[in-house]
Design a protein around this ligand. Structure first.
Ligand code: ZN
Length: 146
């Protein structure tokens, strides 16, 4: 029997989202679209959000970059869809704290997102993992929804 270490498991989750990204593509119509990049790694991302009242009605992303940036964005779109803007914003802040090592991150709350913790020990990759989340927060700000 093969027993995966936690780190290997994290890697599997990230690779799965990288190979088969969720919600990848343009979203039309959308209320806000925002493009950001991470020059350190060359990651580029554009996040599209369509609001449904105070909720994230639909979300998608476009972009190219390393496996961490793309997997993180994929997981983000999967997780925040349907949440209120407030809850999605709080989740983004939790992820930022987790990546800063200030919070453990509850697997029951975060699901696959805890796999991003595997990146914490590679400081240069933290920006990759947070690119989608920071873009989301800025998109909320730009739309006046936050
Ligand atoms: Zn990257």
């Amino acid at each position: 029997m093969v027993c995966l270490s936690l780190e290997e498991l994290y890697k599997e989750v990230i690779l799965d989202h990288y190979r088969a990204p969720r919600n990848k593509g343009q979203l039309d119509p959308h209320d806000v679209a925002l493009e950001r990049n991470n020059p350190l790694c060359g990651d580029e991302i554009e996040v599209f959000v369509k609001f449904d009242g105070e909720n994230v009605g639909a979300i998608a992303f476009e972009g190219k970059g390393c496996s961490i940036s793309m997997a993180s964005a994929s997981m983000m779109t999967e997780k925040v869809q349907g949440l209120t803007v407030k809850d999605a914003g709080e989740l983004a802040e939790t992820i930022k704290k987790m990546m800063a090592g200030e919070e453990e991150g509850e697997p029951e709350v975060l699901g696959d997102l805890v796999s991003l913790k595997g990146v914490v020990k590679y400081p240069v990759r933290i920006k990759c993992a947070l690119l989608g989340w920071n873009t989301l927060l800025e998109a909320f700000e730009e739309s006046g929804k936050n």
